[in-house]
Design a binder for this molecule. Structure first.
Ligand SMILES: NC(=O)c1ccc[n+]([C@@H]2O[C@H](COP(=O)([O-])OP(=O)(O)OC[C@H]3O[C@@H](n4cnc5c(N)ncnc54)[C@H](O)[C@@H]3O)[C@@H](O)[C@H]2O)c1
Ligand SMILES: [Zn+2]
Length: 459
C-alpha cells in the first residue's frame, strides 16, 4: 500500500514535481493459517465477504480442501485460480490467465487478491496485481523456504519474458504477508535445503547468533523441515523460529532502505556474484541454493586468502555447507566461468565487482579489486580443499527437476501414446536432459547471458 505526497513548483520554463511515497506492509507469523480457530486470514477478508485466491496446482492439491473449509467456516466465498507449476509457468500466459480470473471475479478497487505458494506463484501473481488497474492489493501466503525467507520478504515481482529471467516486473508491496512455516511439512527435503542456503547467506554476512543456530541444528532443521515434522520436544521448532524471525528481520533491515535497488553494495548479494551464470552452466541447471552455495564457499576461500576471514571461520562455514548437503564446488565452476561471470556482473554492478564476503563471520565486506589471477589462484586452492570434504564438495539433489521447471508436468498431460512418450524420453537423454527436464529453463537462462549483459536476474 502506498500513499504519495508530492509538491509542484514552477521553474523558469516549466514545473518541478517532487514526491515521496509512503510504503507500508505487515508480516505476521502464525502456524496453521487455515486452521478454523485462527482468525488472522478471515479478518483480512471479513470486510469483503469473499476472496479470489491464486495458487499453484501442487498447493491446491495439498491445501485446497482445508482452505475451502476455512473460508466456508468463516462465511466467506472462495474462488480459486490454479496456475501451472514450475519456472515454465512464470510466463506472460500465466500472468494474463490470472488477470482474466481477476476480471471474471470482478475484483474491486482495494480488494486484495490472495496468493498462496512458492516464490514462483508469488512473483507472477504479484506482478499481475501490480499491473491490474495499475495497482491492485494482494496478500501473500508463501509456502516454501525460499518463499518464506526470501521471495516474500522482498517487494519484487516478475515474469520471465523473451528468454530472459524476470525480464518484466515491478516493485509492488503486498498489504500483508502471513508466514506459516507449517507448510514446510509437505515440502520436499531438496526444496528445504535449497532455501537453507539463503539463510546461511544472510546469517554469515549479517547475524552471527543466527549462524550459530544454523550451525548447531543444521541436519535436524533440514530433516524435520524446520521442526514441523517429528520434533518431539519442540526444541528444533524453537530454534527454527528464532532463525527465521532474525533472518527475515535482518533482510528487511538491510533491504528496506534500498527497496528499489538503487544502491548496489548489497550484503544479501553474497553468493550471487558468479552464481547467476554458473547456475545454468551444467546440462541440467543447478538448483539456485546450490549455485549460490558454490559461490559463497568459493568467496569465503577468496576472503580467507586475503586474511579477511580467519582459518577457523572459513572452515566452520565450509563445514556447514557440507553438512547441509549443499554444493561447494562443481567441475564446471572453472576459470572460464569465473571470467565470464565477472564480466557479466561488472555490467550489472556499474563497473565494480562488489562481491560481498563474510568478514568476520556475521558481518560483511565488499571486494572490488580482485584481479583474475587472484581469483584463479583462490579457485585452485578451493578445489584442493574440496578433496577433504564428503562428495568432494558436491551437493545432494543439486540439480533442478520437474518440480522446479514444470516441463515434465506438460509432458505428463500430453495425450501422446505410450510409444511416443518413450521416444520423447530417449530424445531427452540424447539432448543431455535428466528426469524429463526439457532444455527450456537452460535456454531461457543461457540466452539471458548473450552479448549485452546484464540480462539474467536470478532473484
Ligand atoms: N521476488 C524475489 O525477490 C525472489 C526471491 C527469491 C526467489 N524468487 C523467485 O522464486 C522462484 C522460486 O521459488 P521457490 O523456490 O519457492 O519455488 P516454487 O514456487 O517453484 O516451488 C517449488 C516447488 O515446490 C512446490 N511447493 C511449494 N510449496 C510447497 C509445499 N508447502 N509443499 C509441497 N510442495 C510445495 C511447488 O509446487 C513447486 O513444485 C523463482 O522464480 C525465483 O526467481 C523471487
Ligand atoms: Zn538467491
Amino acid at each position: 500500500m502506498s500513499d504519495l505526497k508530492a509538491t509542484v513548483a514552477e521553474t523558469a520554463n516549466g514545473f518541478h514535481v517532487e514526491g515521496y511515497e509512503k510504503i507500508e506492509y505487515d508480516f505476521t507469523f502464525l502456524d496453521g493459517v487455515f486452521e478454523l480457530p485462527n482468525l488472522q486470514l478471515a479478518k483480512l477478508y471479513e470486510k469483503w465477504g469473499r476472496c479470489l485466491a491464486i495458487m499453484d496446482r501442487n498447493i491446491f492439491e495439498l491445501y485446497g480442501q482445508s482452505m475451502q473449509k476455512y473460508f466456508d467456516h468463516h462465511g466467506l466465498e472462495l474462488k480459486i485460480h490454479q496456475t501451472m507449476i514450475g519456472e515454465k509457468a512464470k510466463s506472460l500466459d500465466t500472468f494474463t490467465n490470472i488477470v482474466d480470473s481477476m476480471t471474471d471475479f470482478g475484483i474491486i478497487r482495494k480488494e486484495p487478491v490472495l496468493v498462496v505458494g512458492g516464490g514462483l506463484v508469488t512473483d507472477v501473481a504479484g506482478f499481475a496485481c501490480a499491473a491490474y488497474r495499475r495497482n491492485t492489493n494482494y496478500i501473500r501466503i508463501p509456502t516454501t523456504v525460499i518463499g518464506l525467507i526470501d521471495a516474500s520478504v522482498s517487494i519484487k515481482v516478475a515474469v520471465n519474458y523473451g528468454n530472459y529471467k524476470n525480464r518484466l516486473g515491478a516493485y509492488h508491496a503486498p498489504a500483508h504477508t502471513l508466514l506459516d512455516f507449517g507448510f514446510l511439512r509437505t515440502l520436499p527435503e531438496a526444496q528445504v535445503r535449497n532455501g537453507f542456503a539463503e539463510l546461511i547467506k544472510i546469517s554469515s554476512c549479517a547475524h552471527l547468533p543466527t549462524f550459530d543456530l544454523l550451525d548447531e541444528f543444521c541436519e535436524r532443521l533440514i530433516k524435520t523441515k524446520f521442526g514441523r515434522v517429528s520434533d518431539h520436544d519442540g526444541e528444533i521448532k524453537k530454534a527454527a523460529d528464532e532463525i527465521n524471525r532474525n533472518g527475515i528481520f535482518e533482510m528487511l533491515k538491510l533491504e528496506t532502505p534500498n527497496l528499489h535497488e538503487i544502491g548496489l553494495d548489497r550484503v544479501i548479494a553474497y553468493g550471487h556474484t558468479w552464481s547467476p551464470l554458473h547456475e545454468l552452466a551444467p546440462p541440467v541447471p543447478l538448483r539456485h541454493g546450490h549455485a549460490i552455495s558454490i559461490d559463497m564457499a568459493y568467496s569465503a576461500t577468496l576472503a580467507n586468502d586475503r586474511g579477511l576471514l580467519s582459518d577457523e571461520e572459513h572452515r566452520r562455514l565450509l563445514a556447514l555447507f557440507s553438512r547441509a548437503g549443499l554444493s561447494m564446488d562443481h567441475e564446471l565452476f572453472n576459470e572460464e566461468i569465473l571470467d565470464k561471470a565477472t564480466q557479466a556482473i561488472l555490467k550489472t554492478r556499474d563497473g565494480l565487482l562488489r562481491a560481498a564476503v563474510p568478514s568476520p563471520l556475521g558481518s560483511c565486506k565488499f571486494l572490488n579489486d580482485v584481479a583474475m589471477k587472484e581469483m584463479a589462484q583462490a579457485l585452485r586452492r578451493h578445489k584442493e580443499l574440496m578433496k577433504e570434504y564428503p562428495r568432494h564438495g558436491a551437493g545432494i539433489e543439486a540439480y533442478v527437476d520437474s518440480s522446479d521447471t514444470g516441463y515434465t508436468i506438460n509432458q505428463k498431460h500430453d495425450p501422446a501414446p505410450m510409444h511416443a512418450q518413450a521416444s520423447s524420453a530417449e530424445a531427452s537423454k540424447k539432448h543431455g536432459l535428466n528426469n524429463g527436464v526439457l532444455h527450456g529453463l537452460k535456454e531461457l537462462a543461457i540466452n539471458g547471458h548473450g552479448p549485452g549483459l546484464p540480462t539474467l536476474e536470478q532473484r
